[in-house]
Design a protein around this ligand. Structure first.
Ligand code: SAM
Length: 473
């Protein structure tokens, strides 16, 4: 057992960032995990603060010597808000971490990656890349150390911003956020001032009182549309009129305003009823040659430019011919289906969410794409002989499942169908590696390529190409 003592101080050099996100240093006494944004190569004076689940955790007392990998974070809320915790790490080192995360996931499942795992495709924009944000109103504001030190009087009962990590009732009152493009900040700061002026109370998660709950924003990368979705606890036409008049007058970039009423207790930005106050109630973004209409709750990749890179890779891996029948599993609003449609004979999109399927069909119509079809239902049930009888055996299958990965039934059906190529797009390399190990009797892994859609976070997307084996499954 390591011989650390709570309260002891150590001077150490940080070795690495562990897969679970904490920095660590190996000392003769054992491994010490360090909070507070430590960067590999930093020399730090730390104090052992606690022991949890057999791990000793330390807090930084002083940065003795900065690592060459350390950079100044752009945001003054760095370290408080949970938005982007790698902002103080050089971008190339962030990419190395993500590459390592993919490599480690595949190694844990004993999968050899032919050619190794390359460095993720870098994002061209490191800030202002998000086309969607969800801010929260809170009745318990989290004050930063520099806000407290300023000595200025501050309201603690109102905040509009993002949550403190792991504390869903504490909100950091953000006066700047560099993830979305600038109109977002104008809306956030303007609405805060308006709410304070008129005494509109934020939702209190303890007493279940208050009016303002969440502020959803859609800011597409390729059009100048801006959607504001204000989630409130009740229907109050007078207040909504006041807010609408303010948005029209003071933030003219806003093209549409939606009010969602959510009176339930759960702290999620999903509402019970939605009404369009002005504008179309949706925005338009473009990926490749196609336009997509996106509502307040539709799933759409949050980094448009990097999503396009991701889909380009999927298309390259699919190596389609004009005779191919493609199944796009977990097709959402049909983004990948449409993206590959010009390169194949026919594409079938399969998706659980009936509303997303409805939008996918509309998106196909809007773009004049006629060689696609969409079915709604659970893929674990839908991917069967009846589907193959109706549409034919797929030559190529593309899957893009949620974080949990593929249901065992889906793994089995894919093995039985054995398309020539299986392209696996994933937002979670761990479940992807597990599924690829399970698919090994039927497919050989040929290549992987990660893509960075979320600079300054630990999230990474990974595309894998699997080729059908010729021996029977
Ligand atoms: C990561 S998103 C991918 C969406 C789309 N490919 C894109 O890039 O925009 C995963 C999608 O899988 C859908 N989904 C989740 N579980 C499913 C299931 N069991 N059967 C079918 N679709 C499912 C979700 O509704 C979501 O649209």
């Amino acid at each position: 057992m390591p011989a650390f003592r709570i309260g002891n101080e150590h001077t150490l050099t940080v070795d690495q960032i562990e897969p679970q996100g904490l920095a660590s240093a190996r000392l003769p006494e054992g491994t010490l995990y360090i909070h507070g944004g430590a960067v590999p190569g930093d020399t730090l004076r730390v104090r052992v603060a606690r022991k949890s689940r057999r791990m000793f955790e330390a807090e930084i007392l002083e940065v003795v010597e900065k690592s060459p990998l350390r950079v100044d974070p752009r945001c003054r809320y760095f370290g408080h808000c949970g938005g982007c915790k790698r902002q103080n790490l050089l971008y190339s080192a962030q990419l190395d971490l993500k590459r390592q995360a993919v490599e480690d996931a595949f190694a844990r499942h004993r999968i050899e990656v032919p050619g190794g795992v390359p460095t993720p495709l870098a994002a061209a924009r490191l800030y202002e890349y998000r086309n969607k944000m969800e801010f929260s109103f809170g009745a318990r504001r989290w004050l930063t150390d520099w806000e407290i030190a300023s000595g200025e009087p501050m309201r603690k009962d109102f905040a509009l911003g993002l949550h403190l990590p792991l504390h869903f009732d504490r909100v950091v009152d953000l006066h700047e956020c560099h993830l979305p493009p600038p109109p977002a900040q104008a809306v956030v700061n303007g609405l805060r001032a308006l709410a304070l002026e008129h005494g509109y109370a934020p939702w209190n998660t303890k007493t279940h009182e208050g009016y303002l709950r969440h502020l959803g924003l859609r800011l597409p990368a390729r059009t100048s549309d801006v959607l504001v979705n204000l989630v409130t606890s009740s229907h109050d036409p007078q207040r909504i009129d006041t807010i609408a008049a303010f948005l029209r007058r003071d933030v003219p970039a806003v093209t549409t305003f939606v009010n969602t009423i959510h009176s339930g207790l759960a702290q999620v930005a999903i509402g019970q009823s939605q009404s369009v106050v002005f504008g179309s109630g949706s925005v338009v973004d473009r990926i490749g040659p196609h336009e997509f209409r996106i509502g307040p709750s539709s799933f759409f990749q949050t980094n448009t430019e990097q999503a396009e890179r991701l889909y380009e890779l999927a298309l390259e891996f699919a190596d389609l011919t004009q005779d191919d029948l493609v199944y796009d599993l977990f097709s959402g609003v049909g983004t990948i289906t449409l993206f590959v449609s010009g390169h194949a004979k026919r594409v079938l999109g399969l998706e659980l969410d009936a509303e997303a399927v409805h939008h996918a069909r509309q998106n196909a119509d809007r773009n004049g794409v006629t060689n696609v079809a969409f079915e709604s239902g659970d893929i674990a049930e839908k991917l069967n002989h009846d589907l193959v009888r109706k549409y034919g055996e797929p030559d190529v299958v593309i899957v893009d499942p949620p974080r949990a990965g593929l249901h065992p039934k889906v793994v089995q059906s894919l093995g039985a169908m054995r398309p020539r190529r299986l392209v696996y797009v994933s937002c979670n390399p761990e479940s992807q590696a597990k599924d690829i190990a399970a698919l090994a009797p039927a497919f050989t892994l040929a290549r992987v390529a990660p893509v960075d859609l979320f600079p300054h976070t630990d999230h990474v997307e990974n595309v894998a190409l699997l080729l059908a084996k010729t021996v029977p499954f």
